[in-house]
Design a protein around this ligand. Structure first.
Ligand code: PLP
Length: 399
């Protein structure tokens, strides 16, 4: 067996299942889960129609590079969204959701035989980053998010000696779970570090279309272009239809950026067998070419967050995030930072599931930056999220 498999950590939801195993939720309330971040708004009809109309595609093997029409649709979207002109042939590649691409990219770019091979990762973070690094045979250095700066990652906390060994940096903007969006200054710093030490930046942007400020979140490729980096050197942006278009089951996204990375990534993916089904390609073209359903989806999240956030902000340390569909909330003092205990009591008394923040982060430099927080995914319909928030308010006020 591959010995590296033993280094993988249990997934947060597995830990949550175990945590809640002995608890009998109060039967007076119907169950509501804010645990899993799976989009629940309706899949747009135009995507289902395109999928149905392309079933003949099942009769042929797809190319790993995808159909030119698909890559053109992705390039057109990058143009509309970020005013960027990428070459669909050399700078864009379809992927079967950003999750597999995050993992596969690490396997492509990392050389574990180099002394001290390291991946730098935000903390808290999306657990695939860690698994990708571990199976690629590297060490991981966790950079903490800073609550005092709207949860921006404290890149200055990473020692120069660590950057010197870093081969890959994962960033997540908008962040899961914090919702924080990286600004141009932060990108400038990371590009300078990448130039100095030669590491690749994998920028996970799968929440980019769900935002609450007027300005849409800055994309990594957009930041690079604004800083005169037209070749996107050492930068790969990963995006996805899962959240943008409410199709987590479609498994469709794309990567874009440095052509010198896209080329070996295509080679890796050809051997791995990561071509996108022709049926999924057709549905994806329809999805990338339409923006109205994205506007409608964003409007639903905005209305929902506008109702839920003030209810919870009255009793918890929480605010409207920049973007994403999570609330990242500090729990009341009486729990002494024990987010798992908060989650258990809330389930027991009020039948609401929330994810302990410490499960989304690692102890690093003597501290777990998720401790004392919970993540609430506001993916269900507004009425259900409001009811959950009201129960949480009751729970906090009654204790
Ligand atoms: C931060 C982050 N990145 C990537 C993904 C993977 O999304 P998908 O593979 O559906 O594109 C998720 C899913 O929850 C996520 O939260």
């Amino acid at each position: 067996m591959n010995p590296l498999l033993k280094r993988l950590q249990p997934y947060p939801f597995e830990r949550l299942r175990q945590l809640h195993a002995g608890i009998t939720p109060n039967p007076a309330f119907r169950p509501i889960s804010l645990g899993i971040g799976e989009p629940k708004h309706a899949t747009p009809e135009l995507i289902k129609t395109a999928l149905n109309a392309s079933l003949s595609g099942l009769a042929s093997y797809p190319a790993t590079a995808g159909e030119p029409k698909l890559r053109q649709a992705m390039a057109d979207w990058l143009q509309r969204r970020y005013s960027l002109a990428l070459d669909p042939l050399t700078q864009i590649l379809p992927v079967n959701g950003s999750r597999e691409a995050l993992f596969a990219l690490a396997q492509t770019v990392i050389d574990p035989t180099r002394d001290g091979a390291t991946v730098v990762c935000p903390n808290p973070f999306y657990q695939i980053y860690e698994g990708a690094a571990l199976l690629a045979g590297t060490k991981i250095w966790f950079a903490p998010s800073d609550p005092a700066r709207n949860f921006a990652v404290d890149w200055a906390a990473v020692p120069q000696a660590v950057w010197a060994k870093t081969q890959l940096l994962f960033v997540c903007s908008p962040g899961n779970p914090t919702g924080a969006v990286m600004g141009l200054d932060e990108w400038k710093l990371l590009f300078e570090l990448s130039d100095q030490y030669g590491f690749v930046i994998a920028s996970d942007e799968c929440y980019s279309e769900i935002y609450f400020r007027d300005e849409p979140p800055l994309g990594s490729l957009q930041a690079a272009a604004q800083l005169g980096r037209q070749d996107f050197k050492n930068l790969i942006a990963l995006t996805s239809l899962s959240k943008r278009s409410n199709v987590p089951g479609l498994r469709s996204g794309f990567v874009a950026g440095d052509a010198a990375l896209i080329k070996p990534f295509l080679l890796y993916r050809t051997y791995h067998g990561s071509a996108m089904s022709p049926v999924v390609q057709s549905a994806s073209i329809a999805a990338w070419n339409d923006e109205q359903h994205v506007l409608d989806n964003r409007a639903l999240y905005r209305a929902k967050f506008a109702q839920v956030t003030p209810l919870l902000a009255a009793v918890m340390d929480v605010a409207l995030p920049d973007a994403g569909f999570y609330l990242w909330a500090g729990i009341p003092e009486r729990f002494h930072g024990d987010d798992a205990a908060f989650s258990c009591e809330l389930l027991g008394f009020y039948n609401v599931v929330v994810l302990p923040g410490s499960y989304l982060a690692r102890d690093a430099q003597g501290h777990n930056p998720g401790a004392g927080r919970i993540r609430m995914a506001l993916v269900a319909e507004t009425a259900e999220c409001v009811e959950a928030a009201q129960r949480i308010v009751q729970f906090i006020q009654s204790t």
